[in-house]
Design a protein around this ligand. Sequence first.
Ligand code: 13P
Length: 274
Amino acid sequence: MLTDLRSILALAEEKGCAIPAFNCYTQECVMGVLEAAKETGAPVIFQMFSRLADTNDGNFVAPAILEAIRQLPQPAVMHLDHGAGIPEVVRAIRLGMTGVMIDASTLPLEENIATTKLAAELCGYVGVPVEGELGHVGAAKDEVLGNYTDVAEAERFVKETGVSALAVMVGTAHGRYKKAPVLDIQRIRDIREATGKLPLVLHGGSGIENDYILRGIKAGIAKINVGTELRQPYERAMREKNDVEYARECVYTRCRELIRDFLHTAGDAEILAK
Ligand code: 13P
């Protein structure tokens, strides 16, 4: 059942869990996530990286995601991940996305606010909620972590932009960690309070210890992004067997485990059908 980002995050708030947001690159990936969502009954977010959404592949993956969502009785969202700019955001709406991220986090604060505000205004005309990013979530392969989200800036950012969710830098990074990340739980709590309990988004969700996931959710994380954890089994399967059905199976298996981690770890088994 297609819903929008704000509604699915409200569900996370109500249930005290985080909604897993899976980056999908191919139809096989979408189908693997679909099977895991069907089996668990979990609300899920299917998302596409801005770069992918902007290619012809994106034109094929988007309808596959919408078909997957049509097959699910539970709420699900198609979301743009790390929207690179206003043109990408507008194109995402055209593809039928019901959630959009604008990532202007590498720009100076004033420009990040201005760009994110414009995205939220445009998306507001068609009822698409927006996720912004403040602080910068970098890459796990880099030696230095990105800039942590500043609490006072977060308060201002949220007030001035009108975003429905905020991606925060609290110790995670994108990609495979060399060492398990340490989350700044107090910072999550503080940002959550300062922003009037806005749903917060944790990027770089691959390879975080379960205990941290639980504490992060309790502190205010309502959406957890996972890319690497599904891309790697998919690529490994294709390399080893060059068999799309096997690759889909591998995505499904890992995705099901992750769903159970994110929802069960929060102590909310009720949200799962099984
Ligand atoms: P990982 O690839 O590290 O799971 O990060 C995914 C992500 O945050 C996408 O925005």
